[in-house]
Design a binder for this molecule. Structure first.
Ligand code: 5GP
Ligand code: ZN
Length: 118
């Protein structure tokens, strides 16, 4: 279930501290340590899955739940309500996809962008 050498497994287990934004029986959410925007958190399955390339239909409910909880968490983390507010959802997958931590994670990135006009 957990990979002892995996950074995000250690975060899920509480062996490495993180700022938790969400937890249920199969998902853990925490702020990214190097945020790209005012809102930036990660949603990960508690059970180790290396990347989106490893998922199959048995993971469909977990993947759906990650997307389903993202909007309310984005609001809690400081995103403005839709449609003015917003966020991006990114799943980097594999080396060519820019994935650095090999435990599946969904980036939720957004919040106010005061450097943009209007
Ligand atoms: P990737 O490039 O694999 O899609 O994204 C990995 C993300 O994990 C990066 O945005 C990085 O800042 C974040 N990250 C790496 N190490 C840690 C850590 O120890 N704690 C937290 N909260 N985030 C981390
Ligand atoms: Zn892991």
């Amino acid at each position: 279930m957990h990979d002892p050498n995996c950074l995000f497994c250690k975060i899920v287990e509480g062996k490495i501290p993180s700022h938790k934004v969400y937890e249920d029986d199969e998902i853990f959410g925490f702020r990214d340590i190097h945020p790209w925007a005012p809102v930036h958190f990660l949603l990960v399955p508690k059970a180790h899955v290396a990347s989106l390339a490893q998922v199959d239909e048995s993971h469909a409910a977990m993947l759906g739940r990650m997307l389903a909880v993202a909007p309310k968490l984005a609001l809690q983390e400081g995103a403005r309500p839709y449609p003015e507010g917003g966020f991006r959802v990114v799943v980097n997958t594999g080396d060519d996809g820019g994935q650095e931590v090999h435990h599946l994670h969904v980036h939720v990135i957004g919040g106010p962008r005061p450097w943009l006009k209007g």
